[in-house]
Design a protein around this ligand. Structure first.
Ligand code: SF4
Ligand code: SF4
Length: 156
């Protein structure tokens, strides 16, 4: 969805968005129950009407891969099963403590440095924002609590 400004090859090499430390487990993607059955996801935690992948961390606290990540080739899910949230990484819709919704981008993304933020803002204005609103109607888990690791691009 961000292909015009972020190459899939860059993401395949980086994979940062598909590897989760215990403190970033709140960002794991969610799936509808019927999708869980189709893709064989048995380890999930209820989140609204969807299930968030539950990774089992050990006492070392080491980061773990999403179960659908192939370290060599990237995400193994077919496009139709891939969560919308994953397709817009490193962009997020987040709720501030005062209730406002913001569009924010992960500051640690090597493929989308600050100089590319204007291009991302343009994509949002050109239809991506409307597309995200559509998905938000269907999926409440798309909205995550704001975290300072994210740079705010736009306030709803
Ligand atoms: S951090 Fe950026 S470059 Fe790395 S996988 Fe995520 S979106 Fe792609
Ligand atoms: S579902 Fe695919 S894109 Fe999303 S975190 Fe897992 S491996 Fe990455």
């Amino acid at each position: 969805m961000l292909k015009s400004i972020l190459s899939p090859d860059t993401c395949r090499a980086c994979k940062n968005c598909c590897v989760f430390e215990p403190q970033s487990a709140w960002e794991l993607p969610t799936f509808l129950p019927e999708s869980c059955i189709r893709i064989g996801l048995t380890d999930g935690e209820a989140a609204c009407a969807r299930y968030r992948i539950a990774l089992r961390y050990d006492e070392t606290g080491a980061a773990r891969n999403c179960p659908f990540l192939d370290p060599e080739t990237g995400c193994t899910l077919p496009a139709e099963e891939k969560p919308f949230a994953c397709s817009i990484w490193p962009l997020r819709v987040m709720r501030m403590e005062d209730g406002r919704l913001v569009f924010a981008v992960y500051r640690g993304c090597s493929g989308l440095p600050e100089e590319k933020f204007p291009a991302l803002e343009q994509l949002l204005a050109d239809g991506l924002k409307a597309r995200i609103y559509e998905e938000m109607e269907k999926d409440a888990t798309l909205v995550l609590p704001y975290h300072p690791n994210y740079h705010i691009l736009d306030v709803r």
